[in-house]
Design a protein around this ligand. Structure first.
Ligand code: SAH
Ligand code: SF4
Ligand code: F3S
Length: 444
């Protein structure tokens, strides 16, 4: 039996795919690179913006054709899109065999065995795997919580992933220890909003007080002691990014000083309409605190261009915030209306050209600032985690503790290498491996 899995979306989906692969391997599946050779195709979908939904739709069209031609293909539509009415309509239209939302993703094996199995209830018992460490990879993901209790008006994730549920700390630590034993060098703790780890589902009361769950800051310190040299985490919400988290990062050498703190907009008016729960000043204060305790931190963000009602002045405020923070890197998106979200229900979308023009301006600014920030690294030492060969002959590809993409001369073994930055572009640091005695002090 041969399976092919296609994954769209965020790192949570990549983690789920990894877990599903190990479950399928357990019942005798091998994996192939093309759906043409597969008996089972799973499409692990994302619904956060229009683009990944269109991609899934195109693929399902091709799969329906393939199935008609040969008759013996099982198709599964799983993940975030499967949880939505839009995805369920698509599943019927393209005649898929299995539909499974992310709330019951651990039911994949019974779903395959029973055929058309659908589960769209969020069952907290069914939400977490403990997959074995990945083979042949120096990095791994580790989900610590699922779902989101925020209600950003543009966002479909609370609907697809349901309310927040935190995984028990002991399970997290066991999985981290297994990764350390397997020689994994970098672990990324995953959740939609990892900062609120340990809150009681529904009430939002800190669970630690109720039943011995640590806070996120405490959890960071615990995972930091397991023996994995690099510990990262995504994503943070500014409103939950408390001082104790900054202190834990500062105190724990294994925790990378890389902070992804999505701002979405620099305008208070837009932030309010987005229901982001903070103001521009509050956000800038968080950045100030980070810079104070972690002067060498690398900071990145997410920004949405063209949220409904965003004026030119609002957008200028986003650009000015960007300049003020001096982000090292960023992820920028054109607002994409999502069926069923409060923004789609209450606000009017704006012409695509306006959104695209704003995104282009933001991208230009981001490029300029990233280049300046990256050039500051030239002639400085960085730690590069090499993952494998780079496209160009005789070069290897990796990333720094600060999450810069790093290209390093030589065919180096996967793992940690000390290097010096020779040249920088907006998206990359080009490095040469450093000799032991040439090492300077650096944390990034
Ligand atoms: N929980 C994380 C990630 C959410 S999705 C967080 O709160 O940051 C990742 C990013 O996608 C968001 O930060 C946001 O910038 C973007 N995004 C979400 N919904 C969107 C939409 N409808 N249109 C455009 N971008 C969106
Ligand atoms: Fe979406 Fe907001 Fe939750 Fe992030 S915090 S997943 S943007 S609702
Ligand atoms: Fe997409 Fe679901 Fe992640 S909607 S971004 S795959 S949580």
């Amino acid at each position: 039996m041969r399976a092919h899995i296609v994954t769209y979306g965020c790192q949570m989906n990549e983690y789920d795919t990894h877990a599903i692969r190990s479950e399928l391997a357990g019942i005798g599946y091998s994996f192939v690179d093309s759906y043409k050779e597969a008996d089972l195709v799973l499409v692990n979908t994302c619904a956060v913006r229009g683009k990944p939904v269109e991609k899934a739709q195109t693929l399902l069209g091709e799969l329906r054709k393939e199935k008609r031609q040969r008759g013996n293909l099982t198709i599964g539509l799983i993940g975030c899109l499967a949880q939505l009415p839009e995805g369920q309509r698509m599943g019927k239209r393209f005649n898929v065999d299995i539909m499974l939302g992310p709330g019951a993703i651990t039911q994949i094996v019974p779903a395959i065995e029973r055929g058309r199995f659908q589960s769209f209830e969020f069952d907290n018992e069914l939400r977490f795997y403990s997959p074995p460490p990945p083979t042949g990879s120096v990095s791994a993901h580790l989900t610590i919580m699922r779902g989101c209790n925020h209600r950003c008006t543009y966002c479909i994730v609370p609907t697809t992933r349901g309310p927040e549920v935190s995984r028990h700390a002991e399970d997290i630590l066991n999985e981290a220890r297994a990764l350390a034993d397997a020689g994994v060098v970098e672990v990324t703790l995953l959740g939609q909003n990892v900062n609120s780890y340990g809150l009681e589902p529904g009430t939002g009361v800190r669970r630690a007080r109720l039943e011995g769950y640590p806070s996120f800051a405490e959890l960071l310190r615990m995972v930091g002691r397991v023996g994995i040299p690099r510990v990262r985490f995504v994503t943070s919400h500014p409103i939950n990014f408390d001082d104790d988290i900054i202190e834990a990062i500062a105190d724990t050498p294994a925790v990378c000083r890389y902070i992804h703190l999505p701002v979405q907009s620099g305008s208070d008016r837009v932030l309010k309409r987005m229901a982001r729960e903070y103001t521009r000043d509050f956000y800038l204060n968080r950045i100030k605190k980070i810079r104070e305790f972690l002067p060498d931190a690398v900071i990145s963000t997410d920004i949405i261009a063209g949220f409904p009602g965003e004026t030119d002045e609002d957008f200028e405020e986003t650009l000015s915030l960007y300049r003020e923070v001096q982000y090292d890197m960023s992820y920028m998106f054109i607002y994409s209306e999502r069926e069923g979200t409060p923004a789609a229900n209450h606000f009017d979308d704006m012409p695509r050209e306006v959104k695209a023009r704003r995104l282009a301006r933001l991208a230009d600014l981001a490029k300029e600032i990233s280049l300046e920030r990256n050039q500051e690294w030239v002639n400085h030492k960085v730690e590069v985690l090499v993952q494998g060969p780079f496209d160009e002959e005789g070069m290897s590809l990796g990333h720094t503790r600060g999450n810069h993409v790093a290209v390093i001369a030589g065919n180096l073994d996967p793992g940690i290498h000390q290097a010096v930055v020779a040249h920088a572009t907006p998206n990359r640091l080009y490095c040469i491996e450093a000799l032991e005695d040439a090492m300077l002090d650096s944390t990034v």
